[in-house]
Design a binder for this molecule. Structure first.
Ligand code: FE2
Length: 219
């Protein structure tokens, strides 16, 4: 069984950018449903003892879209919660230098991130990613698609572009949501750890092991 990760902050901690009501629905209903669906699909099969990352990669390779969509959405949302913080700080020195190199400054990154997310057609995710050399890029992915299936790409931060992420608070104003989100919520300390991992220092974040995976590892 994969667990639904608890939010690392209170439901009202991201207000006024993200309301208590939005976060409750988003985490307790949407994210919970993806995790439940994955468990329903993999329990009692050999898949159950694999990591969520392996399940996502395997489903992508075999073309099992239903499993891929639910597993990737379970992963993306867990990553999204960690990519936000109520205690916003600026990017750390190393990451700041990389941002300057790629986008001029933090405002340049914001412009690119907001423009990419606002122009993305339909549901999906907008990501700041790094390659193994530390080169940064802003990309968007459709629906449940993530960066796990992209070789050599590590996500540093992400924002959810599905309407359930912002409609209660911003209605159809995705751009307005993204602008406020970028100014207040990115967890740059988390992004910095991911950035170090992208270049081979430390481990990139992984979804918490399921009970079956933990049992297999300790056997
Ligand atoms: Fe979402």
């Amino acid at each position: 069984m994969f667990e639904l990760p608890e939010l690392p902050y209170a439901y009202d901690a991201l207000q006024p950018v993200m309301s208590d009501k939005t976060l409750r629905f988003h985490h307790d209903k949407h994210h919970a449903a993806y995790v439940k669906n994955v468990n329903d699909m993999v329990n009692a099969s050999a898949e159950a003892s694999r990591s969520l990352e392996d399940i996502i990669s395997g489903a992508a390779r075999s073309g099992n879209r239903k499993l891929f969509n639910n597993a990737a959405q379970a992963w993306n949302h867990a990553f999204f919660w960690l990519a936000m913080t109520p205690n916003a700080e600026k990017p750390t020195t190393e990451l700041e230098s990389a941002i300057k190199g790629a986008f001029g400054d933090l405002n340049g990154l914001k412009d690119k991130f907001v423009a990419e997310g606002a122009a993305h057609f339909g549901s999906g995710w907008v990501w700041l990613v790094s390659d193994r050399a530390g080169k940064l890029e802003v990309i968007s992915t459709h629906d449940a698609d993530d960066t796990l299936t992209k070789e050599g790409v590590t996500p540093l931060t992400v924002c959810d572009l599905w309407e359930h992420a912002y409609y209660l608070d911003y209605q159809n104003d995705r751009k307005g949501f993204l602008e406020k989100w970028f100014d207040a919520l990115p967890n740059w300390l988390f992004a910095a750890r991911q950035y170090a991992a992208a270049r081979g220092s430390g481990e990139a974040w992984r979804y918490p092991a399921s009970s079956a995976e933990a049992a297999r590892r300790s056997a």
